[in-house]
Design a protein around this ligand. Structure first.
Ligand code: SF4
Length: 321
């Protein structure tokens, strides 16, 4: 089997926040995964499951509590100033809220040109301008938009500006943190399709965080499912949809409308009950046990660990011992 090159290697990552006397909110608790070069890894889960914190900690936007993260072999949390600078040229982010992530009083040109200047990618003003216009074209805007202020644009257009800004430094890796969840449904597909097109053209690696499984399915090669600070299942996109193993994944999938009547019938009746428990005081044993219709005695006392059930398909559940 061909050996795949690794871009991001996350090992036993933990991110805890103090929550009172000797108590911690365990936002990310012992999570491991790999993002291979050129692939899109989607991470899904309900709001509060830790997926955004996991992504931000994995790319060094947040300090870690424990574990290790390597980007192209370099320890993300122990970089020299020079390594950090190179890293910011290779790894870029696209954020959830295009209203908050861009300064609404800045001109589009300034926003897109900033990275080009910081990383000294243009030899003169003329080349810089050419690069900015090309980036705007690439994301479906044009040179005319460059002289306008961000506040003149709609949410979808702002997200396109955010994507042009991210691409301005020729990154190799994009961290997309719920990039379409603040947009109208009609705009979501446009932005997801744009990201897919750019990924193909520029051979980007992507870590794509979202709570909407249908969005993640569309864009991802592989998907990891997170629940209450833990990764509970990870596999190829089609395998996850055709053969989900973890009861939480099954419940998430049951909520997604599907055209296949046989599959729809199979998934009927799998309902996610109750709310996500607090990550400050997660249930002992399996963290999903308070909501799982298939729990057994062992689930209450012993925490399941991730195991490979078939090639590339891992799950943390006592049903698969
Ligand atoms: Fe349900 Fe037990 Fe599996 Fe947890 S380990 S998901 S409680 S069956």
């Amino acid at each position: 089997m061909e050996k795949r090159e690794v871009d991001l290697e996350v090992r036993n990552l933990r991110k805890y926040y103090p929550a009172g006397r000797r108590r911690f909110l365990k936002a990310v608790d012992d999570v491991s995964f790999t993002v291979y070069r050129g692939e899109t890894l989607g991470i899904v889960g309900e709001s509060g499951c830790g997926k955004t914190t996991c992504g931000k900690t994995a790319i060094g936007m947040l300090p870690k509590t424990g574990g290790e993260v390597f980007f192209q072999g370099k320890d993300v949390h122990r970089m020299t100033k020079k390594e950090r600078f190179d890293f910011t040229g290779k790894v870029q982010m696209i954020f959830q809220d295009p209203y908050a992530s861009l300064d609404s009083h800045q001109k589009v040109y300034q926003i897109v040109a900033e990275g080009i200047r910081i990383h000294k990618l243009a030899s003169d003003k003329e080349q810089e301008q050419e690069m900015v216009y090309e980036l705007l074209n690439m994301v479906g805007l044009n040179a005319e938009h460059a002289g306008r202020n961000v506040h003149e644009f709609s949410g979808g257009q702002r997200q396109r500006i955010g994507i042009a800004r991210a691409l301005s430094v020729n990154p190799e890796f994009l961290f997309c943190d719920e990039p379409v969840s603040a947009l109208d449904v009609s705009l979501q597909a446009q932005i997801v399709n744009l990201l897919m097109k750019l990924q193909q053209e520029k051979h980007l690696t992507m870590l794509f965080i979202a709570h909407d499984l249908s969005v993640v399915k569309h864009i991802s090669d592989r998907i990891g499912v997170m629940y209450l600070g833990k990764m509970v299942e990870m596999t190829d996109c089609d395998e996850l949809y055709d053969n989900p193993l973890h009861p939480y994944t099954e419940a998430l999938l049951a909520a997604v409308p599907i055209a296949d009547p046989d599959l729809a019938e199979k998934r009927k009746g799998i309902v996610l009950e109750g709310d996500v428990p607090s990550p400050v005081n997660p249930p002992a044993g399996c963290r999903f046990c308070s909501r799982c219709s298939r729990r057994m005695d062992i689930c209450l006392v012993e925490e399941p660990v991730m195991k490979e059930i078939s090639p590339g398909h891992t799950v943390a559940c006592h049903l698969y011992r």
